[in-house]
Design a binder for this molecule. Sequence first.
Ligand SMILES: C[S@@+](CC[C@H](N)C(=O)[O-])C[C@H]1O[C@@H](n2cnc3c(N)ncnc32)[C@H](O)[C@@H]1O
Length: 211
Amino acid sequence: MSFVDEAVEAYAEAQTTPAADHLRRVADETAQELGSAVMLTGTVEGRLLETLVFAVQPRLVLEIGTFSGYSALSMAPALPDDGRIVTCELDDVRADFAQRHVDAAGLGERIEIRRGPALETIAALDGPFDLVFVDADKGGYVDYYEAVLPKLADHGLIAADNTLAGGRVVTGEDDDTARAIATFNDHVAADPRTVQVLLTVRDGMTLIRRA
Ligand SMILES: C[S@@+](CC[C@H](N)C(=O)[O-])C[C@H]1O[C@@H](n2cnc3c(N)ncnc32)[C@H](O)[C@@H]1O
């Protein structure tokens, strides 16, 4: 999932506050039960998301792509008292798994898993979104961006994951994911409504705000 030098990645993780025990359990059980554990954000990005929540103090976080719940569970402890996360998941097995871990962590009141296509969930929500974490199908990123931007709070942030596509947007390799991410990156870069910064954390995370 990352093309950053492995030793650098390991050093970054070693110098990052370790994940809470329940998050390590989620990661382990994800690998055992769901596979595709490479999809979950992990310690460094989880801490980055938690830090964004700590700084932004969002009342409403929208997450697009729950998977096993790792990123939502990473963000939730830093929410303000009246803050909550709505997270979208298409796959019932993954949503069931995530719900189990959300309940076990006692965060059922803070994290709501909405099942079904994310675009339908977004359309049903009024916002304003104080923080949006985009981490679902890469071919949908432009549509997610266009759907959430009108509902983004004035000081809201969109964080889009995997915006380096394993480095393939740089090397120019041609596959569906790299093409979709390159299209998204170019779309955002050309949009006068927003200002963005692409962070070279893990597989790339772009932070986007209103201009
Ligand atoms: C990369 S994983 C999310 C990882 C999670 N954010 C984390 O870091 O732990 C992407 C998830 O998005 C879900 N997904 C894909 N397309 C979707 C859609 N159209 N609507 C809702 N969820 C979708 C997939 O089933 C998958 O579980």
